[in-house]
Write a protein that binds this ligand. Structure first.
Ligand code: NAD
Ligand code: DGY
Length: 327
């Protein structure tokens, strides 16, 4: 029997053709929501799913009796009910590593743009308002030599810290996670308690995944403990931050500026104060959005689904206890 795959994000022509050689493929790359009838119809027949960013619920899984594997085109997997997938024997795969450097570039872009007010000052020219020399009221702050506090020092966090330490002479702090002796040696990183990090860091950068433990990890209390004039960058997930508390901290000056690639609700709702605040650089979740990296992520997902449906070990399984149980 030829297995069916539902692909709900864009793949290259070559990737699609390679899947079509061995599988029957339903291709719905513009799916915006999991309750669209065409999606539900294809899901009801699918053995494999390839895509990203849809909220996959247990109720949705009830409509997918044949489903064996999901290959997410993302490293984050907070939109999947992992325990429920495992209970049902459905393998989940993600795309770590191939997006690490690009996402770290975006994280550093947010650090630079926020500290140097690059977007705000570029706008000045676009609006025809560069009519005299820039004065103190429009100066930014240095990045080189400053202290960078990493909340999460995994793959992406380490790649951002490496840019900071080796490229910009920054002091690196990190917290909570288990000790990272190699990064301490390589980058001179120091491990501190959260409150100590917040008190010392000029720039705090979030790269943790969204989990029950990290949801709203950052709230009014944490912002109030940051150094006056500090900058906050979030390239992890929006729900790690209490967004209302962050807006309040930006409005009352507790927080100097924020660089954000992720938000509590995406796309950012029209009228969110974050879309118009001068001290906010807001990007539409573009951490990994380059041609090269999105292609590599899609290729990893194609490889993962092919291996999983062939009964082999995928390159990057999330709930690989399923594989252990099978053997
Ligand atoms: N903005 C984007 O486009 C984009 C792109 C890729 C990834 N991401 C997000 O970044 C996350 C991290 O990706 P990664 O590849 O670096 O993952 P990773 O697993 O390598 O790193 C995450 C790190 O966070 C640490 N951590 C978890 N909870 C923590 C806590 N409470 N305090 C401190 N540290 C904690 C973990 O120990 C781990 O070291 C993804 O899960 C995803 O949500 C966003
Ligand atoms: O987790 C990821 O890979 C990015 O946020 C894209 O969804």
């Amino acid at each position: 029997m030829t297995k069916r795959i539902l692909v709900f994000r864009e793949l290259s022509d070559e990737q699609l053709a390679s899947l079509r050689q061995d599988f029957s493929v339903d291709y719905l790359p513009d799916t915006q929501s999991a309750d669209e009838p065409a999606f539900i119809e294809a899901l009801s027949q699918a053995h494999g799913l390839v895509g990203s960013s849809l909220m996959i619920t247990p109720e949705l899984l009830d409509q997918a009796p044949n489903l064996e594997a999901i290959a997410s085109i993302s490293v984050g997997y907070d939109n999947y009910p992992v325990d429920e997938l495992t209970r049902r024997g459905i393998l989940l795969c993600n795309t770590p590593d191939v997006l690490t450097e690009t996402t770290a570039d975006t994280g550093f872009l947010l650090i630079m743009c926020t500290a140097r007010r690059a977007i705000e000052l570029a706008e000045l020219i676009k609006q025809g308002n560069w009519t005299s020399n820039i004065g103190r009221n429009l100066f930014g702050t240095d990045v080189h030599g400053k202290t960078l506090g990493m909340i999460g020092l995994g793959r992406i966090g380490a790649a951002i810290a490496r840019r900071g330490a080796l490229g910009f002479g920054m002091n690196i702090l990190y917290t909570k996670a288990s000790p990272k002796p190699e990064l301490e040696r390589e980058l001179g990183a120091r491990r501190l308690e959260m409150d100590e990090l917040l008190a010392e860091a000029d720039i705090v950068c979030v790269t943790v995944p969204l989990t029950a433990e990290t949801e709203k990890l950052f709230g009014a209390r944490e912002f109030s403990r940051m150094k006056p004039g500090a900058i906050f960058v979030n390239i992890g997930r929006g729900k790690v931050v209490d967004e209302a508390a962050m807006i309040q901290a930006l409005e009352d000056g507790t927080l100097h500026a924020a660089g954000l690639d992720v938000f509590e609700q995406e796309p950012l709702p029209a009228g969110s104060p974050l879309s118009s605040m001068k001290n906010v650089v807001a990007l539409p979740h573009i951490g990994s959005a380059t041609h090269e990296t999105r292609n590599a992520m899609a290729q990893r997902a194609v490889d993962n689904i092919r291996l999983a449906l062939d009964g082999k070990r995928p390159l990057s399984p999330v709930n690989d206890q399923i594989l252990l149980e099978r053997n």
